[in-house]
Ligand binder design. Structure first.
Ligand SMILES: NC(=O)c1ccc[n+]([C@@H]2O[C@H](COP(=O)([O-])OP(=O)(O)OC[C@H]3O[C@@H](n4cnc5c(N)ncnc54)[C@H](O)[C@@H]3O)[C@@H](O)[C@H]2O)c1
Length: 334
């Protein structure tokens, strides 16, 4: 039985806690949040103890591993304190939005022998993983084109979330950067971005963008295109398409059911898309947690690493820089 302490019980922390509690070989024993009410509500739902004292959770004998789902700007501190306490870590993305803090964290982590898995949940989505597996098996021949569509349902998130998130590239595109590395099986070496403000004035006020197209090149010559928007009026648009000489493989959008309806109002009308990440990626989040439990229990290293988080952030930084200077940017991973 792997006993979890949950650090941060907001939108995603609460969801993670409930998914952990569903696993036959795991439980949640402690929930920490700076807001007592938040920690208390999640703890009550999963039969855990609530605390506003992080040391109580990290010092507890009945915590074997931690899941960090506090705001991004607290991740580095939470990672280092959890590592010091010797607890295996599953940490939400991104590690931080500041690459210098990430590099510093990487150095400090060398002192600890603690497994750390980064929360790039989309790798565990059965459909996106199916695309990756087809590419890795060589079903398409050499990969030539990869197209990643990732558009959030509107309206935009509340302003305080946007202020703290680090901007579109570091907060959202970072998932697509990881997906690109995952499916391509290599690190993109060159990045070019065009971006715009088309959705809501709040993004320009925050010196951010809400609409972006990124094109990247791998050392193999494979090309990848990512398109992002902060708003759709039809749900969460999440598609991955890989193309090569031997064909094409695509991970499609998902709906609550596959019923199609025919009538005077339309032909083959179907359910709306699943609304947002909690609904669309439920299976992926659960598989991510399962993988963490399995790897930690077996004493094996995590399948998605701190270095994956660092490299995805370097790509997000390159995308932002390319947008700012309006030129392609080469990516240096050293
Ligand atoms: N992988 C994904 O698909 C995904 C989706 C959403 C969010 N996230 C990531 O998860 C993290 C949390 O996002 P969220 O949407 O759940 O945010 P949220 O604001 O809903 O929740 C954050 C929680 O952390 C608490 N908190 C604030 N300061 C804290 C501190 N110092 N220590 C501990 N807890 C603190 C807040 O009270 C809140 O309950 C972010 O890093 C975000 O990037 C990942």
């Amino acid at each position: 039985m792997l006993r979890f302490g949950i650090i941060g019980t907001g939108r995603i922390g609460d969801m993670h806690a409930r998914l952990v509690a569903l696993q036959p070989d795991a439980s949640v024993t402690w929930c920490f949040d700076v807001y007592e009410e938040s920690a208390g509500a999640t703890a009550a739902a999963v039969g855990a103890r609530a605390t506003t004292d992080l040391d109580a959770l990290l010092g507890a004998e009945d915590v074997d591993a931690v899941l960090i789902a506090s705001p991004t700007n607290t991740h580095v501190e939470m990672i280092l304190r959890s590592a010091e306490a010797g607890k295996p870590i599953l940490c939400e993305k991104p590690i931080d939005v500041n690459i210098d803090k990430v590099e510093e964290c990487k150095e400090k982590l060398r002192a600890f022998d603690v497994p750390l898995q980064l929360g790039f949940n989309r790798r565990f989505d059965p459909s996106h993983a199916g695309v990756q597996q087809a590419v890795a098996r060589g079903d398409l021949g050499d990969l030539e084109l990869l197209i990643i569509t990732s558009r959030d349902p509107g309206p935009p998130p509340p302003r305080p979330i946007l202020e703290a998130c680090g901007g579109l590239f570091r907060d959202t595109t970072i998932h697509d950067m990881d997906m690109a590395r995952f499916v391509m099986g290599e690190d993109p070496v060159e990045v070019f971005t065009m971006a715009a403000n088309r959705v809501d004035p709040v993004f320009a006020e925050l010196n951010d963008v809400d609409t972006a197209m990124v094109v990247m090149r791998g050392a193999s010559g494979a090309l990848c295109h990512i398109n992002n928007s902060r708003r759709t009026n039809y749900g969460y648009d999440q598609r991955v398409e890989a193309f090569g000489a031997q064909g094409m493989v695509r991970s499609n959008n998902q709906r609550p059911s596959e019923v199609s309806r025919y009538g005077a109002g339309g032909t083959a009308t179907r359910d709306e898309l699943l609304y947002f990440f909690i609904e669309r990626y439920r299976a992926a989040y659960e598989a991510e947690i399962r993988d963490f439990i399995d790897q930690v229990t077996a004493g094996k290293p995590p399948n998605v690493t701190f270095e994956d988080g660092r490299r995805a952030l370097l790509l997000s930084e390159a995308a932002l820089k390319s947008y700012e200077i309006n030129k392609p940017v080469e990516v240096d991973y050293t």
